[in-house]
Write a new protein. Structure first.
Length: 343
């Protein structure tokens, strides 16, 4: 019997499908496997390459398969889709994953440890709570407008609304409406407390993580961004140069070039959205500071602000910051400002 060298595994909640091929790429088996029998099946297989799509649960199964001495390769779903033949089903998906894994230039995703996923969960939870708080603030402002009250923009004014509800504002509202506003404002206060708790947890992780402390020496990177990069970014050895890391973040222009003519558009927005957003937020603070108080004389930032819109400069600064992050982590050094480096 031909020996299996590569297995494409299409994972789901309860039913999985495995497609195995030999060294020549010919099919050896294609079979449906239930969740409870999956690990028993792979325990009986010789050591081989097991490929999965990098989707929900993939890192868990990747760790389990690595414990069985298999070589695990996670592939972004977008890179698997071109290999699907005609109709989509579990067997076709497993075959496509197997085909994609055998391509010599295919890009793979590193399997994350449980600790890395736990650290990432802190930021996912914080982002969720911040979004919920923003939704509540917008809801309060929108509902107040229905009664002729225009609340100022900004979360700092929300606290004043609670005092107004007990005074002038509350007397002009129906009893049912006032009760609902009190519910929403109470939820906002509760979310503020939970977000503050998570901020303390992130600050604690920053103090304990040497990599995060080094990243904070870069202008525009604070505790949240530093710990997020340490938790969410793959090993920097994955990228050959800083530009590859920037492209992974989606901070490079989208190309639509043909016939030797280059056409560059807005940033591609591919890759890790959380890191891209944090880098742009941090860069906006750097650019705003330079706009108000002036950038260093003769610096790149000063020249950019003289001839480009501020938002474009912000994204360009985020691109530059990401390259610095790659170089800093590859060399294991602290950030050195350009003037200090020349001196």
């Amino acid at each position: 019997m031909r020996e299996v060298t590569t297995i494409g595994l299409d994972i789901a909640k309860h039913v999985f499908h495995a497609h195995g091929v030999d060294a020549t790429g010919h099919q050896v088996f294609s079979r449906r496997i239930t969740r409870g029998k999956l690990l028993d099946f792979f325990a009986t297989q010789p050591r081989c390459v097991v490929a999965l799509e990098a989707c929900g649960g993939a890192h868990h199964w990747g760790r389990e398969l690595m414990r069985l001495d298999h070589e695990v390769r996670l592939i972004p779903p977008a890179y698997v889709r071109p290999f699907v033949k005609r109709h989509k089903n579990d067997a076709a998906d497993a075959e496509a994953i197997c085909e994609a894994a055998q391509r010599p230039n295919m890009r793979f995703v590193a399997v994350k440890s449980e600790g890395q996923q736990a650290s990432a969960l802190v930021f996912r939870t914080r982002d969720l709570l911040v979004r919920q708080r923003t939704q509540l603030v917008n809801a309060v402002r929108g509902h107040l407008a229905e009664y002729g009250w225009v609340a100022p923009k900004g979360r700092s004014y929300v606290a004043l609304l609670g005092d107004l509800l007990e005074d002038e504002l509350g007397s002009s509202l129906p009893e049912a409406a006032r009760a609902m506003f009190e519910v929403m404002l109470g939820m906002i206060d509760e979310l503020d407390e939970r977000i503050a708790t998570l901020d303390k947890e992130i600050a604690r992780r920053t103090r304990e993580d040497e990599v995060a402390r080094r990243l904070m020496t870069i202008p525009g990177i604070g505790p949240v961004a530093a710990t997020a990069i340490a938790a969410l970014a793959p090993p920097m050895e994955t990228f050959r140069r800083g530009r590859d890391f920037v492209a992974w973040l989606g901070l490079t222009p989208r190309q639509n070039s043909t016939g030797g003519k280059q056409k560059l558009g807005a940033i591609s927005k591919m890759g890790e959205r959380t890191l891209r957003r944090l880098l742009i937020i941090g860069s906006s603070a750097v650019v705003l500071q330079a706009s108000r108080h002036g950038a260093p004389k003769g610096s790149w930032l000063e020249r950019m602000l003289e001839r480009k819109p501020r938002m474009l400069v912000t994204v360009a600064q985020a691109n530059k910051t990401a390259r610095i992050v790659w170089a800093l982590l590859m060399k294991g050094e602290d950030y050195k400002a350009p003037v200090a480096a020349v001196a």
